[in-house]
Design a protein around this ligand. Structure first.
Ligand code: ASP
Length: 603
Protein backbone atom coordinates (compact mmCIF):
# COMPACT_ATOMS: atom_id res chain seq x y z
CA UNK A 1 0.00 0.00 0.00
CA UNK A 2 1.09 3.58 -0.58
CA UNK A 3 1.48 4.44 3.10
CA UNK A 4 3.66 1.61 4.35
CA UNK A 5 7.21 1.87 3.00
CA UNK A 6 9.88 2.96 5.49
CA UNK A 7 13.65 3.43 5.58
CA UNK A 8 14.08 -0.21 6.61
CA UNK A 9 12.59 -1.27 3.27
CA UNK A 10 15.39 0.35 1.26
CA UNK A 11 16.67 -1.95 -1.47
CA UNK A 12 13.47 -3.99 -1.66
CA UNK A 13 11.36 -4.34 -4.75
CA UNK A 14 7.81 -3.07 -4.36
CA UNK A 15 4.59 -2.87 -6.32
CA UNK A 16 2.29 0.04 -5.60
CA UNK A 17 -1.11 0.84 -7.05
CA UNK A 18 -3.11 3.97 -6.54
CA UNK A 19 -4.07 7.41 -7.79
CA UNK A 20 -1.76 10.11 -9.07
CA UNK A 21 -2.03 12.67 -6.30
CA UNK A 22 0.48 15.15 -7.68
CA UNK A 23 3.00 15.25 -10.47
CA UNK A 24 6.18 17.34 -10.68
CA UNK A 25 8.27 17.37 -13.82
CA UNK A 26 11.93 18.29 -13.38
CA UNK A 27 13.12 17.38 -16.88
CA UNK A 28 15.19 14.25 -16.34
CA UNK A 29 13.34 13.42 -13.20
CA UNK A 30 9.59 13.14 -12.94
CA UNK A 31 8.00 12.75 -9.50
CA UNK A 32 4.59 11.31 -8.82
CA UNK A 33 2.95 11.22 -5.41
CA UNK A 34 0.97 8.01 -5.49
CA UNK A 35 -2.00 7.82 -3.14
CA UNK A 36 -4.30 5.20 -1.68
CA UNK A 37 -6.22 5.13 1.60
CA UNK A 38 -3.10 4.39 3.64
CA UNK A 39 -1.12 7.40 2.47
CA UNK A 40 1.22 8.67 -0.22
CA UNK A 41 4.59 7.50 -1.61
CA UNK A 42 6.86 9.45 -3.88
CA UNK A 43 7.63 7.65 -7.15
CA UNK A 44 10.61 8.70 -9.27
CA UNK A 45 10.81 8.22 -13.00
CA UNK A 46 14.40 8.75 -14.09
CA UNK A 47 15.27 9.21 -17.80
CA UNK A 48 18.77 7.94 -17.25
CA UNK A 49 17.51 4.74 -15.75
CA UNK A 50 14.61 4.04 -18.08
CA UNK A 51 13.75 6.42 -20.92
CA UNK A 52 10.69 4.52 -22.12
CA UNK A 53 8.75 4.63 -18.86
CA UNK A 54 9.81 8.19 -18.21
CA UNK A 55 8.12 9.10 -21.47
CA UNK A 56 5.06 7.12 -20.51
CA UNK A 57 5.02 8.84 -17.14
CA UNK A 58 4.94 12.22 -18.84
CA UNK A 59 1.45 11.34 -19.99
CA UNK A 60 0.20 10.85 -16.40
CA UNK A 61 -2.36 13.30 -15.07
CA UNK A 62 -4.05 13.84 -11.72
CA UNK A 63 -6.23 10.95 -10.55
CA UNK A 64 -5.01 8.46 -13.17
CA UNK A 65 -4.93 5.00 -11.64
CA UNK A 66 -1.56 3.33 -12.08
CA UNK A 67 0.56 0.39 -11.01
CA UNK A 68 4.28 0.82 -10.51
CA UNK A 69 6.99 -1.75 -9.94
CA UNK A 70 10.18 -0.27 -8.56
CA UNK A 71 12.98 -0.32 -6.03
CA UNK A 72 12.73 1.35 -2.66
CA UNK A 73 15.49 3.90 -2.20
CA UNK A 74 16.50 6.11 0.72
CA UNK A 75 16.03 9.77 -0.15
CA UNK A 76 18.99 12.14 -0.07
CA UNK A 77 19.20 13.82 3.31
CA UNK A 78 18.10 17.18 1.93
CA UNK A 79 14.97 15.77 0.31
CA UNK A 80 13.68 13.87 3.33
CA UNK A 81 10.13 14.96 4.20
CA UNK A 82 9.61 14.62 7.97
CA UNK A 83 5.88 15.41 7.60
CA UNK A 84 5.17 12.20 5.69
CA UNK A 85 5.37 8.73 7.24
CA UNK A 86 6.97 7.56 3.96
CA UNK A 87 9.09 10.72 3.76
CA UNK A 88 12.44 8.97 4.11
CA UNK A 89 12.05 6.84 1.01
CA UNK A 90 10.96 6.93 -2.60
CA UNK A 91 10.20 4.25 -5.14
CA UNK A 92 12.37 4.35 -8.24
CA UNK A 93 10.14 3.09 -11.03
CA UNK A 94 11.15 0.20 -13.26
CA UNK A 95 7.74 -0.50 -14.74
CA UNK A 96 4.60 1.54 -15.12
CA UNK A 97 1.14 0.41 -16.08
CA UNK A 98 -1.71 2.86 -16.58
CA UNK A 99 -4.75 1.02 -15.22
CA UNK A 100 -7.18 3.80 -15.99
CA UNK A 101 -7.24 7.41 -17.03
CA UNK A 102 -9.24 10.16 -15.38
CA UNK A 103 -10.94 13.22 -16.72
CA UNK A 104 -9.81 16.36 -14.96
CA UNK A 105 -11.97 16.26 -11.80
CA UNK A 106 -13.93 19.37 -10.75
CA UNK A 107 -11.64 19.54 -7.72
CA UNK A 108 -8.70 17.51 -6.56
CA UNK A 109 -8.45 15.36 -3.44
CA UNK A 110 -5.09 17.01 -2.84
CA UNK A 111 -6.49 20.57 -2.99
CA UNK A 112 -5.92 22.40 0.26
CA UNK A 113 -8.81 24.84 -0.23
CA UNK A 114 -12.24 23.21 0.03
CA UNK A 115 -14.56 23.61 -2.90
CA UNK A 116 -18.25 24.39 -2.24
CA UNK A 117 -20.30 21.69 -0.59
CA UNK A 118 -22.72 21.18 -3.48
CA UNK A 119 -19.90 20.23 -5.81
CA UNK A 120 -18.40 18.02 -3.13
CA UNK A 121 -21.70 16.18 -2.71
CA UNK A 122 -22.34 15.83 -6.44
CA UNK A 123 -18.87 14.34 -6.93
CA UNK A 124 -18.87 12.55 -3.61
CA UNK A 125 -16.56 9.79 -4.91
CA UNK A 126 -13.84 12.39 -5.50
CA UNK A 127 -14.58 14.11 -2.20
CA UNK A 128 -14.32 10.82 -0.31
CA UNK A 129 -10.81 10.35 -1.70
CA UNK A 130 -9.67 13.33 0.43
CA UNK A 131 -7.50 12.42 3.39
CA UNK A 132 -9.90 13.89 5.98
CA UNK A 133 -12.86 12.02 4.55
CA UNK A 134 -10.89 8.78 4.49
CA UNK A 135 -10.02 9.39 8.14
CA UNK A 136 -13.65 10.15 9.04
CA UNK A 137 -14.98 7.01 7.38
CA UNK A 138 -12.22 4.92 8.96
CA UNK A 139 -13.14 6.39 12.36
CA UNK A 140 -16.75 5.49 11.71
CA UNK A 141 -15.79 1.90 10.98
CA UNK A 142 -13.59 1.61 14.07
CA UNK A 143 -16.17 3.16 16.38
CA UNK A 144 -18.99 0.94 15.10
CA UNK A 145 -16.78 -2.13 15.40
CA UNK A 146 -15.76 -1.27 18.97
CA UNK A 147 -19.42 -0.92 19.92
CA UNK A 148 -20.38 -4.19 18.23
CA UNK A 149 -17.53 -6.03 19.92
CA UNK A 150 -18.36 -4.59 23.33
CA UNK A 151 -22.05 -5.40 23.15
CA UNK A 152 -21.46 -8.89 21.76
CA UNK A 153 -19.05 -9.45 24.67
CA UNK A 154 -21.83 -8.46 27.07
CA UNK A 155 -24.14 -11.07 25.60
CA UNK A 156 -26.17 -8.85 23.27
CA UNK A 157 -27.35 -10.27 19.93
CA UNK A 158 -27.46 -8.01 16.89
CA UNK A 159 -30.87 -8.68 15.37
CA UNK A 160 -32.29 -7.04 12.27
CA UNK A 161 -35.77 -5.54 12.20
CA UNK A 162 -37.79 -4.64 9.08
CA UNK A 163 -37.53 -1.41 7.14
CA UNK A 164 -40.87 -1.95 5.39
CA UNK A 165 -43.24 -1.79 8.30
CA UNK A 166 -45.94 0.23 10.07
CA UNK A 167 -45.65 3.68 11.51
CA UNK A 168 -43.52 3.81 14.70
CA UNK A 169 -44.13 7.16 16.34
CA UNK A 170 -41.05 9.15 17.41
CA UNK A 171 -42.50 12.58 16.80
CA UNK A 172 -41.67 12.97 13.09
CA UNK A 173 -43.51 12.26 9.82
CA UNK A 174 -43.16 8.87 8.21
CA UNK A 175 -41.54 8.07 4.89
CA UNK A 176 -44.05 5.91 3.05
CA UNK A 177 -43.51 3.10 0.55
CA UNK A 178 -46.51 2.23 -1.64
CA UNK A 179 -47.49 -1.40 -2.02
CA UNK A 180 -47.96 -2.64 -5.61
CA UNK A 181 -49.64 -5.87 -4.55
CA UNK A 182 -52.23 -4.10 -2.44
CA UNK A 183 -52.83 -0.81 -4.21
CA UNK A 184 -53.74 2.07 -1.96
CA UNK A 185 -51.78 0.70 1.01
CA UNK A 186 -48.39 1.82 2.26
CA UNK A 187 -45.55 0.61 4.37
CA UNK A 188 -43.85 3.15 6.62
CA UNK A 189 -40.08 3.24 7.01
CA UNK A 190 -39.29 2.99 10.72
CA UNK A 191 -38.56 6.17 12.68
CA UNK A 192 -36.91 3.70 15.06
CA UNK A 193 -37.15 -0.05 15.70
CA UNK A 194 -38.94 0.75 18.98
CA UNK A 195 -41.86 -1.67 18.84
CA UNK A 196 -39.81 -4.44 17.23
CA UNK A 197 -37.15 -4.30 19.90
CA UNK A 198 -39.81 -4.48 22.59
CA UNK A 199 -41.35 -7.43 20.80
CA UNK A 200 -37.91 -9.07 20.77
CA UNK A 201 -38.00 -8.86 24.58
CA UNK A 202 -41.40 -10.55 24.52
CA UNK A 203 -39.81 -13.11 22.18
CA UNK A 204 -37.11 -14.09 24.66
CA UNK A 205 -34.02 -12.32 23.25
CA UNK A 206 -33.29 -10.54 26.48
CA UNK A 207 -30.36 -8.48 25.17
CA UNK A 208 -30.75 -6.98 21.71
CA UNK A 209 -28.82 -4.35 19.84
CA UNK A 210 -28.65 -3.10 16.30
CA UNK A 211 -26.64 -0.46 14.51
CA UNK A 212 -29.56 0.55 12.40
CA UNK A 213 -30.77 3.11 9.91
CA UNK A 214 -33.82 5.13 10.98
CA UNK A 215 -35.94 7.41 8.82
CA UNK A 216 -37.66 10.61 9.91
CA UNK A 217 -39.31 13.10 7.62
CA UNK A 218 -38.77 16.25 9.62
CA UNK A 219 -38.64 19.82 8.49
CA UNK A 220 -34.91 19.69 8.27
CA UNK A 221 -33.21 21.84 10.81
CA UNK A 222 -29.54 22.51 10.34
CA UNK A 223 -27.53 19.35 10.47
CA UNK A 224 -30.22 16.71 10.52
CA UNK A 225 -30.39 13.82 8.11
CA UNK A 226 -33.64 12.17 6.97
CA UNK A 227 -31.93 8.81 7.31
CA UNK A 228 -29.47 8.40 10.13
CA UNK A 229 -27.90 5.61 12.13
CA UNK A 230 -28.71 4.68 15.70
CA UNK A 231 -27.03 2.35 18.14
CA UNK A 232 -30.27 0.83 19.34
CA UNK A 233 -30.51 -1.53 22.30
CA UNK A 234 -33.00 -3.14 24.60
CA UNK A 235 -32.76 -5.47 27.56
CA UNK A 236 -35.10 -7.37 29.84
CA UNK A 237 -35.40 -6.76 33.61
CA UNK A 238 -33.03 -3.76 33.89
CA UNK A 239 -33.10 -0.89 36.34
CA UNK A 240 -32.15 2.34 34.53
CA UNK A 241 -28.69 2.09 36.11
CA UNK A 242 -28.02 -1.20 34.30
CA UNK A 243 -28.80 0.42 30.93
CA UNK A 244 -26.51 3.33 31.82
CA UNK A 245 -23.70 0.93 32.72
CA UNK A 246 -23.97 -0.77 29.33
CA UNK A 247 -23.95 2.58 27.50
CA UNK A 248 -20.97 3.81 29.52
CA UNK A 249 -19.22 0.56 28.62
CA UNK A 250 -19.69 0.84 24.89
CA UNK A 251 -18.95 4.57 24.83
CA UNK A 252 -15.68 3.89 26.66
CA UNK A 253 -14.84 1.33 23.97
CA UNK A 254 -15.90 3.68 21.16
CA UNK A 255 -13.89 6.62 22.51
CA UNK A 256 -10.87 4.39 23.10
CA UNK A 257 -11.09 3.27 19.46
CA UNK A 258 -10.64 6.92 18.50
CA UNK A 259 -7.84 7.44 21.00
CA UNK A 260 -9.72 9.05 23.91
CA UNK A 261 -9.99 7.94 27.53
CA UNK A 262 -13.26 8.75 29.27
CA UNK A 263 -14.25 8.45 32.91
CA UNK A 264 -17.24 6.46 34.11
CA UNK A 265 -19.74 6.42 35.72
CA UNK A 266 -21.14 9.63 34.25
CA UNK A 267 -22.70 12.12 36.69
CA UNK A 268 -26.50 12.21 36.88
CA UNK A 269 -28.90 15.10 37.08
CA UNK A 270 -32.61 15.35 37.54
CA UNK A 271 -34.45 17.09 34.68
CA UNK A 272 -35.79 19.78 37.04
CA UNK A 273 -32.32 20.38 38.41
CA UNK A 274 -30.99 20.73 34.87
CA UNK A 275 -33.62 23.40 34.17
CA UNK A 276 -32.83 25.25 37.40
CA UNK A 277 -29.07 25.16 37.01
CA UNK A 278 -28.63 25.32 33.25
CA UNK A 279 -31.99 26.35 31.82
CA UNK A 280 -31.93 23.40 29.48
CA UNK A 281 -32.52 19.64 29.47
CA UNK A 282 -29.04 18.99 28.07
CA UNK A 283 -26.65 20.94 30.29
CA UNK A 284 -23.14 21.66 29.11
CA UNK A 285 -21.14 20.94 32.23
CA UNK A 286 -18.10 22.75 30.88
CA UNK A 287 -19.79 26.03 31.81
CA UNK A 288 -20.55 27.17 35.37
CA UNK A 289 -24.18 26.67 36.48
CA UNK A 290 -26.60 29.54 37.08
CA UNK A 291 -26.80 31.35 40.36
CA UNK A 292 -30.13 32.74 41.56
CA UNK A 293 -29.15 36.18 42.86
CA UNK A 294 -32.63 37.44 43.77
CA UNK A 295 -31.54 37.75 47.39
CA UNK A 296 -28.79 40.20 46.43
CA UNK A 297 -31.35 42.89 45.68
CA UNK A 298 -33.54 44.62 48.22
CA UNK A 299 -37.24 44.58 47.47
CA UNK A 300 -37.03 48.31 46.60
CA UNK A 301 -34.26 47.56 44.10
CA UNK A 302 -36.40 44.90 42.46
CA UNK A 303 -39.33 47.24 42.27
CA UNK A 304 -37.25 50.02 40.68
CA UNK A 305 -35.85 47.58 38.15
CA UNK A 306 -39.37 46.26 37.40
CA UNK A 307 -38.21 42.77 38.30
CA UNK A 308 -40.76 40.25 39.42
CA UNK A 309 -39.75 39.34 42.98
CA UNK A 310 -41.47 35.96 42.80
CA UNK A 311 -39.29 34.65 40.03
CA UNK A 312 -35.62 33.77 39.99
CA UNK A 313 -33.03 36.36 39.00
CA UNK A 314 -30.45 34.38 37.11
CA UNK A 315 -26.84 35.45 36.90
CA UNK A 316 -25.17 34.01 33.81
CA UNK A 317 -21.46 33.90 34.42
CA UNK A 318 -18.98 33.48 31.58
CA UNK A 319 -15.42 33.62 32.85
CA UNK A 320 -12.53 35.56 31.30
CA UNK A 321 -14.40 37.39 28.57
CA UNK A 322 -12.57 40.63 29.30
CA UNK A 323 -13.79 44.19 29.00
CA UNK A 324 -16.31 44.50 26.15
CA UNK A 325 -15.92 47.39 23.76
CA UNK A 326 -18.89 49.53 22.94
CA UNK A 327 -19.22 47.80 19.59
CA UNK A 328 -19.07 44.38 21.18
CA UNK A 329 -21.83 45.36 23.53
CA UNK A 330 -23.93 46.48 20.58
CA UNK A 331 -23.13 43.24 18.75
CA UNK A 332 -24.53 41.05 21.49
CA UNK A 333 -27.61 43.19 22.12
CA UNK A 334 -29.73 41.31 19.56
CA UNK A 335 -29.24 38.12 21.61
CA UNK A 336 -31.05 39.75 24.47
CA UNK A 337 -34.58 39.63 23.21
CA UNK A 338 -36.83 38.81 26.07
CA UNK A 339 -39.27 35.96 25.79
CA UNK A 340 -42.25 34.67 27.68
CA UNK A 341 -42.02 37.25 30.46
CA UNK A 342 -38.28 36.90 30.95
CA UNK A 343 -36.24 40.05 30.78
CA UNK A 344 -32.54 40.56 30.30
CA UNK A 345 -30.38 43.10 32.08
CA UNK A 346 -27.31 43.28 29.98
CA UNK A 347 -25.71 46.35 31.38
CA UNK A 348 -24.40 44.97 34.57
CA UNK A 349 -22.04 47.93 34.80
CA UNK A 350 -24.93 50.33 34.96
CA UNK A 351 -26.66 48.18 37.53
CA UNK A 352 -23.35 48.08 39.39
CA UNK A 353 -23.11 51.87 39.45
CA UNK A 354 -26.61 52.26 40.67
CA UNK A 355 -26.75 49.32 43.07
CA UNK A 356 -23.17 48.78 44.22
CA UNK A 357 -24.13 46.61 47.19
CA UNK A 358 -26.20 44.28 45.01
CA UNK A 359 -23.46 44.15 42.39
CA UNK A 360 -20.85 43.24 44.95
CA UNK A 361 -23.01 40.52 46.45
CA UNK A 362 -23.72 39.09 42.99
CA UNK A 363 -20.03 39.07 42.11
CA UNK A 364 -19.29 37.21 45.32
CA UNK A 365 -22.16 34.75 44.90
CA UNK A 366 -21.11 33.66 41.43
CA UNK A 367 -17.40 33.74 42.29
CA UNK A 368 -16.62 36.23 39.54
CA UNK A 369 -13.19 37.68 38.89
CA UNK A 370 -12.22 40.83 37.03
CA UNK A 371 -12.90 40.41 33.32
CA UNK A 372 -15.72 37.87 33.74
CA UNK A 373 -19.01 38.54 31.97
CA UNK A 374 -22.17 38.58 34.04
CA UNK A 375 -25.62 38.93 32.50
CA UNK A 376 -28.81 38.94 34.53
CA UNK A 377 -32.06 37.38 33.37
CA UNK A 378 -35.14 38.04 35.46
CA UNK A 379 -38.89 37.84 35.27
CA UNK A 380 -40.48 41.06 34.18
CA UNK A 381 -42.88 42.64 36.65
CA UNK A 382 -44.87 43.90 33.67
CA UNK A 383 -45.07 40.54 31.97
CA UNK A 384 -48.60 39.87 30.80
CA UNK A 385 -51.16 38.10 32.97
CA UNK A 386 -49.59 35.37 35.04
CA UNK A 387 -50.54 32.03 33.58
CA UNK A 388 -51.97 29.77 36.24
CA UNK A 389 -49.50 27.54 37.99
CA UNK A 390 -49.91 23.81 38.00
CA UNK A 391 -49.78 22.58 41.55
CA UNK A 392 -48.11 19.47 40.20
CA UNK A 393 -45.05 20.98 38.57
CA UNK A 394 -41.89 21.80 40.50
CA UNK A 395 -40.92 24.46 37.99
CA UNK A 396 -43.79 26.81 37.15
CA UNK A 397 -44.31 27.99 33.56
CA UNK A 398 -43.13 31.51 34.47
CA UNK A 399 -40.00 30.17 36.12
CA UNK A 400 -39.46 27.95 33.12
CA UNK A 401 -39.56 31.03 30.85
CA UNK A 402 -36.83 32.72 32.89
CA UNK A 403 -34.69 29.59 33.15
CA UNK A 404 -34.93 28.67 29.48
CA UNK A 405 -34.29 32.24 28.25
CA UNK A 406 -31.24 32.33 30.47
CA UNK A 407 -30.18 28.89 29.22
CA UNK A 408 -30.34 29.86 25.56
CA UNK A 409 -28.68 33.21 26.11
CA UNK A 410 -25.87 31.59 28.07
CA UNK A 411 -25.17 29.13 25.27
CA UNK A 412 -25.15 31.88 22.66
CA UNK A 413 -22.76 33.99 24.74
CA UNK A 414 -20.54 31.02 25.56
CA UNK A 415 -20.27 30.16 21.88
CA UNK A 416 -19.56 33.74 20.93
CA UNK A 417 -16.74 34.10 23.42
CA UNK A 418 -15.47 30.52 23.23
CA UNK A 419 -11.98 31.60 22.25
CA UNK A 420 -11.63 33.90 25.22
CA UNK A 421 -13.07 31.86 28.07
CA UNK A 422 -11.48 28.62 26.89
CA UNK A 423 -14.11 26.47 28.57
CA UNK A 424 -14.43 24.46 25.36
CA UNK A 425 -11.16 22.56 25.16
CA UNK A 426 -10.66 19.83 22.58
CA UNK A 427 -10.83 16.40 24.18
CA UNK A 428 -12.70 17.68 27.27
CA UNK A 429 -15.64 15.27 27.28
CA UNK A 430 -18.21 16.01 29.97
CA UNK A 431 -20.89 13.36 29.93
CA UNK A 432 -24.09 13.49 31.91
CA UNK A 433 -27.22 11.41 32.47
CA UNK A 434 -30.35 13.52 32.64
CA UNK A 435 -33.17 11.62 34.34
CA UNK A 436 -36.79 11.90 35.41
CA UNK A 437 -38.11 13.78 32.40
CA UNK A 438 -41.74 14.82 32.41
CA UNK A 439 -43.86 12.13 30.78
CA UNK A 440 -46.04 14.56 28.80
CA UNK A 441 -45.63 17.90 27.07
CA UNK A 442 -48.52 20.29 26.52
CA UNK A 443 -49.15 21.11 22.87
CA UNK A 444 -50.80 24.51 22.85
CA UNK A 445 -51.84 24.43 19.17
CA UNK A 446 -53.56 21.04 19.49
CA UNK A 447 -54.58 21.81 23.07
CA UNK A 448 -53.65 18.35 24.21
CA UNK A 449 -50.85 16.36 25.81
CA UNK A 450 -48.11 14.73 23.77
CA UNK A 451 -45.56 12.09 24.78
CA UNK A 452 -42.35 13.89 25.67
CA UNK A 453 -40.29 10.83 24.73
CA UNK A 454 -42.51 8.25 23.01
CA UNK A 455 -45.73 6.59 24.13
CA UNK A 456 -44.01 3.36 25.23
CA UNK A 457 -42.10 5.00 28.06
CA UNK A 458 -43.08 3.93 31.55
CA UNK A 459 -44.31 6.50 34.03
CA UNK A 460 -42.79 6.44 37.52
CA UNK A 461 -44.46 3.88 39.73
CA UNK A 462 -45.19 6.67 42.26
CA UNK A 463 -46.92 8.79 39.59
CA UNK A 464 -49.44 6.17 38.41
CA UNK A 465 -52.12 7.82 40.48
CA UNK A 466 -51.51 11.18 38.79
CA UNK A 467 -51.83 9.38 35.47
CA UNK A 468 -55.16 7.91 36.48
CA UNK A 469 -56.44 11.31 37.61
CA UNK A 470 -54.93 12.96 34.56
CA UNK A 471 -56.81 10.95 31.97
CA UNK A 472 -59.93 12.60 33.35
CA UNK A 473 -58.49 16.04 32.41
CA UNK A 474 -57.09 15.48 28.95
CA UNK A 475 -57.47 18.94 27.50
CA UNK A 476 -56.35 20.88 30.53
CA UNK A 477 -52.81 22.30 30.61
CA UNK A 478 -52.96 22.08 34.40
CA UNK A 479 -53.99 18.44 34.39
CA UNK A 480 -52.17 16.15 36.83
CA UNK A 481 -50.62 14.75 33.65
CA UNK A 482 -48.27 17.73 33.82
CA UNK A 483 -46.63 16.25 36.90
CA UNK A 484 -46.23 12.66 35.75
CA UNK A 485 -42.54 11.78 35.59
CA UNK A 486 -41.21 9.30 33.08
CA UNK A 487 -38.62 6.62 33.71
CA UNK A 488 -36.74 8.22 30.85
CA UNK A 489 -33.13 9.28 30.55
CA UNK A 490 -30.88 11.08 28.09
CA UNK A 491 -27.15 10.79 27.76
CA UNK A 492 -25.66 14.22 27.12
CA UNK A 493 -22.15 15.17 26.07
CA UNK A 494 -20.96 18.78 26.26
CA UNK A 495 -24.47 20.12 25.80
CA UNK A 496 -25.41 17.73 22.98
CA UNK A 497 -27.96 14.97 23.41
CA UNK A 498 -26.30 11.75 22.28
CA UNK A 499 -29.24 9.49 22.98
CA UNK A 500 -32.50 8.87 24.80
CA UNK A 501 -34.06 5.85 26.36
CA UNK A 502 -36.43 4.65 29.00
CA UNK A 503 -37.83 1.82 30.99
CA UNK A 504 -40.90 0.71 29.02
CA UNK A 505 -44.44 -0.06 29.87
CA UNK A 506 -44.86 -3.84 30.08
CA UNK A 507 -48.48 -3.91 31.19
CA UNK A 508 -51.25 -3.72 28.66
CA UNK A 509 -53.57 -1.70 30.94
CA UNK A 510 -50.93 0.98 31.56
CA UNK A 511 -50.13 1.17 27.86
CA UNK A 512 -53.82 1.61 27.04
CA UNK A 513 -54.11 4.38 29.64
CA UNK A 514 -51.14 6.22 28.11
CA UNK A 515 -52.73 6.03 24.65
CA UNK A 516 -55.88 7.44 26.21
CA UNK A 517 -53.91 10.27 27.87
CA UNK A 518 -52.52 11.09 24.44
CA UNK A 519 -56.02 11.62 23.18
CA UNK A 520 -56.51 8.29 21.38
CA UNK A 521 -59.84 6.53 21.63
CA UNK A 522 -59.80 2.80 22.26
CA UNK A 523 -60.65 2.17 18.58
CA UNK A 524 -57.85 4.42 17.36
CA UNK A 525 -55.35 2.77 19.69
CA UNK A 526 -56.49 -0.66 18.47
CA UNK A 527 -56.26 0.34 14.83
CA UNK A 528 -52.74 1.73 15.19
CA UNK A 529 -51.19 -0.46 17.87
CA UNK A 530 -53.57 -3.42 18.25
CA UNK A 531 -50.87 -6.00 17.49
CA UNK A 532 -48.64 -4.44 20.12
CA UNK A 533 -51.30 -4.19 22.80
CA UNK A 534 -52.10 -7.84 22.16
CA UNK A 535 -48.43 -8.87 22.37
CA UNK A 536 -48.19 -7.17 25.77
CA UNK A 537 -50.79 -9.63 27.06
CA UNK A 538 -48.65 -12.72 26.47
CA UNK A 539 -46.12 -12.63 29.28
CA UNK A 540 -44.10 -9.48 28.66
CA UNK A 541 -41.04 -9.16 30.89
CA UNK A 542 -40.23 -5.72 32.30
CA UNK A 543 -37.74 -4.17 29.90
CA UNK A 544 -35.95 -0.99 28.89
CA UNK A 545 -33.35 0.38 26.54
CA UNK A 546 -31.96 3.33 24.71
CA UNK A 547 -30.77 4.55 21.30
CA UNK A 548 -27.77 6.76 20.57
CA UNK A 549 -26.96 8.60 17.36
CA UNK A 550 -23.91 6.98 15.77
CA UNK A 551 -23.39 9.79 13.26
CA UNK A 552 -23.13 12.41 15.99
CA UNK A 553 -20.72 10.31 18.08
CA UNK A 554 -18.46 9.78 15.06
CA UNK A 555 -18.68 13.48 14.23
CA UNK A 556 -17.42 14.37 17.69
CA UNK A 557 -14.68 11.74 17.63
CA UNK A 558 -13.49 12.69 14.15
CA UNK A 559 -13.51 16.37 15.15
CA UNK A 560 -15.84 17.08 12.21
CA UNK A 561 -18.11 20.09 11.99
CA UNK A 562 -21.17 18.50 10.44
CA UNK A 563 -22.89 15.13 10.22
CA UNK A 564 -22.41 15.26 6.46
CA UNK A 565 -18.67 14.93 7.02
CA UNK A 566 -19.02 11.50 8.60
CA UNK A 567 -21.83 10.01 6.50
CA UNK A 568 -20.46 8.62 3.23
CA UNK A 569 -23.48 9.57 1.13
CA UNK A 570 -25.48 12.22 2.99
CA UNK A 571 -28.39 14.36 1.91
CA UNK A 572 -28.55 18.12 1.77
CA UNK A 573 -30.65 20.27 4.08
CA UNK A 574 -33.43 19.87 1.49
CA UNK A 575 -33.18 16.08 1.79
CA UNK A 576 -31.66 15.70 -1.67
CA UNK A 577 -28.91 13.27 -2.65
CA UNK A 578 -27.00 15.40 -5.15
CA UNK A 579 -24.90 12.54 -6.48
CA UNK A 580 -27.63 10.16 -7.59
CA UNK A 581 -30.13 13.00 -7.87
CA UNK A 582 -32.85 11.65 -5.60
CA UNK A 583 -35.74 12.03 -5.11
CA UNK A 584 -36.95 11.95 -8.74
CA UNK A 585 -40.29 11.75 -10.51
CA UNK A 586 -41.18 8.23 -11.68
CA UNK A 587 -42.74 7.01 -14.91
CA UNK A 588 -46.46 6.99 -15.59
CA UNK A 589 -46.28 3.21 -15.92
CA UNK A 590 -44.77 2.82 -12.45
CA UNK A 591 -47.42 5.07 -10.95
CA UNK A 592 -50.21 3.19 -12.70
CA UNK A 593 -48.86 -0.10 -11.41
CA UNK A 594 -48.96 1.32 -7.89
CA UNK A 595 -52.41 2.77 -8.35
CA UNK A 596 -51.09 6.25 -7.63
CA UNK A 597 -52.08 9.48 -9.34
CA UNK A 598 -50.08 12.65 -8.76
CA UNK A 599 -52.16 15.69 -7.99
CA UNK A 600 -50.60 18.86 -9.28
CA UNK A 601 -50.10 21.27 -6.43
CA UNK A 602 -50.55 24.91 -7.24
CA UNK A 603 -47.36 26.98 -7.20
N1 ASP B 1 -36.69 4.68 20.16
C1 ASP B 1 -36.09 5.76 20.89
C2 ASP B 1 -35.54 6.80 19.91
O1 ASP B 1 -35.35 6.51 18.76
C3 ASP B 1 -34.98 5.33 21.76
C4 ASP B 1 -35.41 4.43 22.86
O2 ASP B 1 -36.33 4.80 23.60
O3 ASP B 1 -34.79 3.38 23.00
O4 ASP B 1 -35.26 7.91 20.32
Amino acid sequence: MCGVLRAADAGKKAVLMGWVNRRRDHGNLLFIDLRDRTGVTQIVFNTDRNRAIHEKAEGLRNEYVIAVIGTVKLRDANTINPNMPTGEVELVADELRILNESKLPPFLPSDTALTNEETRLKYRYIDLRREVMQFNIETRHKVAKAIRDYLSGEGFFEIETPFMTRSTPEGARDYLVPSRVQPGTFYALPQSPQMFKQILMISGFDKYFQIVRCFRDEDLRADRQPEFTQIDLEMSYPQPERVWEVVEGFLTAAFAAAGYDIKTPFPRMDYDEGIRLYGIDKPDLRLPPFTDVRECFSSENLQELAINPNLPVIAIHIPKVGELSRKERDDIKPMFHSKGGARVYEDFKRIGNKYPAAAEAIGKNVGAEAGDLIVLVAGSAQAGPQSPVSPHRKVTPQELAVYTSAGLLRLALAQKYAERHQCFQKGDFRFLWVTNFPMFEWDESERQWMAAHHPFTSPHEQDMKLLEEGVEALHDPLSPLSAVRALAYDVVLNGTELGSGSIRIHRQDVQSRIFRALGMTEEEAKARFGFFLEALEYGTPPHGGIALGLDRIVMILAGAESLREVIPFPKTARAVDLMVDAPTPVSEAQLRELGIAIRKTRE
